[in-house]
Design a protein around this ligand. Sequence first.
Ligand SMILES: Cc1ncc(COP(=O)(O)O)c(C=O)c1O
Length: 247
Amino acid sequence: MQVVPVPVDSRGLVVEILNETTASVVIVTAAHQTPTGVVLAPERRHALLGWAKERDGIVIEDDYDSEFRYDRQPIGALQGLSDRHVVTIGSVSKSLAPALRLGWVIAPTALVSEIADEKWRTDRGSPAFDQLLLAKLMESGRFDRHLRRMRVLYAARRNALVEALQLGARIQPTGLAAGFHAVAALPPGADEEHIIKEARRRSVGLQGLGHYRVQSAGAAPGIVFGFGDLNEDAIRRGIFAISDLLC
Ligand SMILES: Cc1ncc(COP(=O)(O)O)c(C=O)c1O
């Protein structure tokens, strides 16, 4: 496989640039782009499906956290708009625990047996007992209850982060109120690497946007803040400890 990077802007993947490549498969995080946190805009969704149809290509929709939208209902999966060209993958890594290693694939009928064969060749299948337990959790309604409860908890953590960033560093994160991370732009010329190093020295773990980029040279600096596994107090203390680095 040859990997071809395609830019993302505030409306998601730039489909016009995808059109200029010879790619036949594209991977997107349409509901909540990793790491920028934007949603794929409606006209881009349609353009992307148009690209797939025209090229007879495949869109792999990495639906990794769409259960966790804090401002409105999650948007529908691309798969619902094109069941011949979209493969949606999801897992319980965000909703329950990454260590469970359980997920699902919703694929065009023509690809199902090939994907199942490949999965079998890769790891001889996922643990049956764990899958049965997950099915029980889902059928009983307890999984939905868990999601509803966790949404409230994570939304409060995100609010704590946004407030602390505004108060401590006067910066406003960009991206949706969703998921487990938020992104904030740094002033032009800021040194991402230095800020991350210095924050670590103060016991605060951060990631820079550069970590995710194919080409970092000349790109606008920014920080990715993970808030999923920290309580509100720890989030506030962490941000206040590094506020001077972010302004
Ligand atoms: C973009 C993205 N996709 C997928 C996943 C989940 O991967 P897995 O289901 O293999 O644990 C994550 C988890 O952090 C993620 O950030």
